[in-house]
Design a protein around this ligand. Sequence first.
Ligand SMILES: Nc1ncnc2c1ncn2[C@@H]1O[C@H](COP(=O)(O)OP(=O)(O)O)[C@@H](O)[C@H]1O
Ligand SMILES: [Mg+2]
Length: 136
Amino acid sequence: MTLSLTQDELDGQGVALGRTLQPGELVTFEGELGAGKTTFIKAVARGLGVTTPATSPTYALVHRYHGARGPVFHLDCFRLRCPDEAADLDWEGLITEGDAILIEWPERAGVWIPTPTRRFRLHHLPDPERRGLELL
Ligand SMILES: Nc1ncnc2c1ncn2[C@@H]1O[C@H](COP(=O)(O)OP(=O)(O)O)[C@@H](O)[C@H]1O
Ligand SMILES: [Mg+2]
């Protein structure tokens, strides 16, 4: 099922999702550039109790936020030049420490990403104000 959502609606869905995530979930977000992955993830983070705006430099692969229950990790794999670069990430540490691990561009990390608990895909729609959101 695909939802067609305005940015406000997508924010609402993200916050709601963040509130329902169980400790330790790993969630992936697929979709082309500008599809709304970062927008959605920031809302999910708010639902997890993250109050600080994301100030991390955009070139960082891993962003760490303070959630209500523990660290929330946001990975953006866009800049990986090849999937094997993801092998160098401390997946074990992220899994052990993270209350949630939210991953953009999981395709770019190939086989190195541990099995997600949920997978989402976002995409553009003919209406530029809306995005499609799909639970895979
Ligand atoms: N319904 C919508 N949902 C999410 N973003 C939207 C929507 N409509 C317009 N936008 C805009 O699209 C852009 C999405 O960017 P971003 O979340 O960074 O995408 P991605 O991380 O997938 O590349 C933002 O500039 C946002 O304001
Ligand atoms: Mg992004």
